[in-house]
Design a binder for this molecule. Structure first.
Ligand code: MN3
Length: 247
């Protein structure tokens, strides 16, 4: 076993509690498409750091506005990273006999919510790219073939993805996932960050449909926001995740 695999297990293992509470099932599922480095795992401190956006705040204009990106990344996502790190520390204290055992349920829930929030947002930012510069267009290669096989056509996939994402009740996410048990692509919904009922689902493409993701620019027009999101999907990255998930 290499040092890297130990590091990976340690990093993702801290989110394992989230899995038990309904986040993306086994930690290996998110781990197959996201490295500890991509999640900002700092081996020296044993904590996560907020990864910077892979492009400028205004790079996704006019589809996603700069003000929304700045608040969403610097405030909301940063808050999930802080919450995750705090839950890790509190659960570590309880394991070492220093914490309040009666609060295990509370901190486990905190770990699930903030850990899933961190994973989801990391996938979200890197799943987008400026329109015409890696963003938008169509998937290619094996992923394109699998979408055609499992949805009929790309357009039929888009229709299902839009409908599922638009109809998430309250705050949540719309997803394209690979169900590793059946080997099929599926469109699913997640309530909040962590309530993902599918087990064995590897997240490939996710759209954040919490109001903080679109309300400044789109107000109540969630469908318009989802249509705009599809103009900045980084299909080469989603294809890479698909290839990684099948290994
Ligand atoms: Mn969000």
């Amino acid at each position: 076993m290499t040092d890297h695999s130990i590091d990976r297990r340690t990093a993702i293992g801290t989110i394992a509690g989230a899995a038990a509470l309904g986040a993306f099932a086994a930690p290996s599922h998110a781990a197959s498409v996201l490295s500890p480095e991509a999640l900002g795992w700092n081996k020296a401190t044993g904590a996560y750091e907020l990864p910077p956006l892979p492009y400028a705040y205004d790079a996704l204009e006019p589809h996603i506005d700069a003000q929304t990106m700045r608040i969403h990344h610097d405030k909301h996502h940063a808050g999930y990273v802080r919450g995750l790190n705090r839950a890790i520390v509190m659960l570590r204290d309880i394991r070492e006999g220093k914490g309040d055992v009666g609060l295990i349920k509370h901190w486990s829930r905190e770990l699930a919510f903030h850990g899933s929030g961190h994973v989801n947002h990391t996938l979200f930012w890197t799943g987008m790219a400026p329109a015409g510069k890696g963003g938008g267009g169509y998937p290619a290669g094996d992923l394109a073939e699998r979408i055609d096989r499992d949805f009929g056509t790309f357009e039929q996939f888009v229709a299902q993805f839009k409908a599922a994402s638009k109809s998430v009740e309250g705050s949540g996410w719309g997803w394209l996932v690979l169900d590793t048990l059946s080997g099929r692509l599926l469109v699913t919904q997640t309530e909040k960050h962590q309530n993902q009922t599918m087990t064995g689902a590897v997240p490939l493409l996710g759209v954040d449909v919490w109001e903080h993701a679109y309300y400044l620019k789109y107000q109540n027009r969630r469908g318009d926001y989802i249509a705009a999101f599809l103009n900045v999907v980084n299909w080469p990255e989603i294809g890479r995740r698909y290839d990684a998930a099948r290994r």
